[in-house]
Structure formats: C-alpha cells, structure tokens
Design a protein around this ligand. Structure first.
Ligand code: CAA
Length: 382
C-alpha cells in the first residue's frame, strides 16, 4: 500500500514540527496534532522561521514557502486529526506510558489500514507495536534533529512488521527526498544513537579524567574527528532531557551499552536541558540558533582517542552483529550526524593499534564494557 497525500504527525515538539515541515515540503497535506494550542503555535512559529531561512538561502521560493505552510493544519482533537489519514507519524515524548495511552486512543479512531510510524529514538519497536492492535503495520521511523537539514531517516521494522509496511515507509522516505538506512535488528539505540548517546557520557568522563576543558574537548571532536559540532554542543542542541531519557531506556535494556555519567542527570534535575532552556553543558544568550565557538587552536590541546575508541567499539558491535552493513553505518553517521570522515577512516588516522591499546587500557581500568570488539582489528593502519 502506498501512502497517500494525507498524513498526521502526532506531537509538535522539536522533531514533530520538523517532520511535519519536511512532509509538507514534499507535497503532503499534514495535520499536526498536539494537546494544546500554545504548543502548536510555537511549532508553527518554528516552521515559519525554518521556511524563511530556506527561502533566504534560495532552497525554496517565497511563494513555495507560503504554499508549504498552508499544507500544515494544526489540530488539538485527536479523532479529527486522524480522519482521512493513512499514515501516522508519532513524535510524542519518549515515555512508554504516554505512548501507551496515545496508541490506545489512536487505535479507536485511525483508519483500519493506516500505518503507524514512531519517531522514537530508543524505545524498542516490537514492544511499542505490541501496545497497538496492528503490530504488522507498525514501524520505527527515526528522523534526526533538525529534520529540515539532516538527510537521514532510520527505518526499523519490529518483529511483526509486514514487509509491505516497510516498503511503503521506505518509499515515503524517498518521497521526502531523504535517505534511509534499514536497521535490520530492533537493538537498543538503533544505529546512530547507539554511538551518539554513549559518547556524550564518555565525553563527560574524559572531562573528569583528562583535566581538559569542554571547549578543548569539543574543538578536538570537531577538528580531529570530523564532527560538525562538538559533542557537548550537540548534546545541548539535541536536548539533555532527550539524552537523559534515551540513556535510561538504553541502560535499562542493556547495561553494557552505556555508562551513565551523573553530570547529565544533575543538569536535567536543574532543568538545564541545553540550548532550548538557555543552559545545558554551556550557557546560551538567546533562544535563536546559536553555535559554540570552537577552534582548531583549542583542538590542538586535546587528543580525543578515547572518544574515537568508544565510538568505534559501538560501531564495530553493530557491524559484527549484523545490525547494519559498514556502508550503511557510514551513510548513517554521515547523513544523521554530519560526520565528514568515515568513522573507521578516523580510527586509521589515530592508528588501529593505538585505538585497541586505548580500549584495553579502559577495559582494565573501568570494566569489560570497553573490551575491544574484534571487528576493529580487521582494519589496517594506513
Ligand atoms: N531549518 C532551516 N535552517 C536552519 C535550521 C532549520 N531547522 N536550523 C539551522 N538552520 C540554519 C542556521 O540558521 C544557519 O543559517 P545561517 O547560515 O544563516 O546562520 C544554517 O542553517 C547552519 O549554519 P551552521 O554554520 O551552523 O552550519 P553547519 O554546517 O554546522 O550545519 C547542522 C548545521 C546541519 C545542524 C550541522 O552542524 C550538523 O549536522 N550538526 C549535527 C547534527 C546532528 O548530529 N543531529 C543528530 C542529533 S541525534 C538525533 O537527532 C537523534 C536522536 O534521537 C537524539
């Protein structure tokens, strides 16, 4: 079944408003549903800002920008938001209880054939599908922040997802002009978050262990590891509340995948959620798009080999467990996190042996979670 021109996005937050926008940009009529008008108005303001940015950069014309905006209809009433829709993208907060209640309602009102796609970043798709009456038409559809600029979408079938559902959703991603990677197993963190979320915690540990400053470490991530942002900068940009929730979910399901650092919880307890609250790891002067000043000079003061090693180890786990191919891993990190250099190329630049030595050292000091995955040893130094 192909997805028609009418879709519904549930949740209008950072991800929901962006997904609604990119869908409208691809010609879909979108109903954007949230529980109150204040949230919906904020979302519409963000969409307006983003469309005007894209028009400013000649990616779309002013007239297109207005047409796209008109394709998005805000709605509070859930039943109304689902009428005539055959594709529902859910992007509500990452709380299984919230999702459970929502899906029970959605099941009452949605068209029988409608596909449910969840933008969850870490909740297991099979478990979520089981909350609904249609696990065969349920799938993970994971966009990256900001959906307007990031070209990747991870597609994660659950155990009972029918191949036709996967096909329709892969076609939808193509219609959006985005690239998909298929996450072949419903594993904790899928592909990108299995690397990104643990890295934020590791970076916090390296601050303690290596006596480095945040901007030195972030500059090294940017200038020596090929990331477009520093890791703390990216965490603040993503939202520390989002990172913290993802951490809890990942840790609850697999203790080996992540080593939670208490700093993230402390920041979240203080409601320092990052960029959106004006403070996270860094402090921000305004609500608008703002970058941290990171420099190549600062980067010279820190060797981020421990971060390269932990990212490579998680990536190696994904490949050796057949969750994705090496080509899909590279595509995912390039288009989902903006990495300019393929991860294992960076490993080679730092030296495969040096990376293995670092992991062995960390494993001896901090536990078996850091034991090197044998896949790393299949690469050779340049
Ligand atoms: N819509 C339109 N334009 C936007 C925008 C949006 N939503 N957000 C930012 N822009 C604009 C900015 O205003 C800026 O415009 P100006 O040039 O006029 O100032 C421009 O886009 C970007 O400029 P930058 O100099 O900051 O450029 P950059 O080359 O660093 O690109 C970026 C920005 C694409 C965000 C890049 O930094 C990047 O790829 N960062 C990594 C993002 C990432 O990793 N996302 C995934 C996070 S993990 C996740 O989302 C999954 C999860 O489940 C937690």
């Amino acid at each position: 079944m192909s997805i028609s021109k009418n879709i519904t996005v549930l949740g209008s937050g950072i991800m929901g408003h962006g997904i609604a926008q990119v869908s409208a940009m691809a010609g879909y009529n979108v109903i954007l549903r949230d529980i109150d008008l204040i949230l919906l108005n904020k979302a519409l303001d963000k969409i307006k800002w983003s469309l005007s940015k894209l028009a400013e950069k000649n990616k779309i014309t002013q007239i297109e920008s207005e047409t796209i905006f008109k394709r998005i209809t805000p709605e509070i009433n859930l039943e109304k938001s689902l009428a005539g829709t055959d594709f529902i993208v859910e992007a509500v907060p990452e709380d299984l209880e919230i999702k459970r209640k929502l899906y029970a309602e959605v099941d009452r009102f949605a068209d029988e054939e409608a596909i449910y796609a969840s933008n969850t970043s870490t909740l297991p798709i099979t478990e979520m599908a089981a909350l609904t009456k249609r696990p065969d038409k349920f799938i993970g559809l994971h966009f990256f922040n900001p959906p307007q600029l990031m070209r990747l979408v991870e597609v994660i079938p659950g155990r009972e997802t029918r191949p036709e559902t996967t096909k329709s959703v892969l076609d939808f991603v193509k219609q959006l002009g985005k690239e998909s990677v298929l996450c072949k197993k419903d594993v904790v963190g899928f592909i990108v978050n299995r690397i990104f979320i643990p890295l934020v915690h590791e970076a916090a540990y390296f601050l303690d262990r290596d006596g480095v400053t945040m901007t030195q470490l972030d500059s090294a991530v940017k200038y020596k590891m090929g990331y477009p942002m520093g890791i703390f900068e990216l965490a603040d940009y993503t939202g520390l509340d989002v990172i913290y929730k993802a951490t809890l979910e990942m840790y609850a399901r697999d203790k080996k995948v992540i080593n939670p650092h208490p700093r993230i919880k402390q920041l979240v307890d203080c409601r320092y959620f990052g960029k959106k609250t004006g403070r996270g790891f860094y402090e921000y002067s305004s609500n608008s798009y703002e970058r941290i000043n990171l420099t190549s000079e600062e980067a010279e003061k820190y060797n981020p080999i421990g971060l390269v090693a932990t990212a490579a180890n998680n990536a190696a786990w994904l490949i050796s467990n057949n969750v994705c191919t090496k080509a899909d891993l590279d595509k995912a990190l390039n288009l989902g996190m903006g990495l300019k250099t393929d991860l294992f190329e960076t490993v080679k630049q730092f030296g495969v042996k040096n990376v293995l030595t670092k992991l062995n050292e960390m494993s001896a000091k901090y536990g078996p979670r850091y034991e090197p995955n044998p896949h790393i040893g299949t690469y050779e130094d340049k």
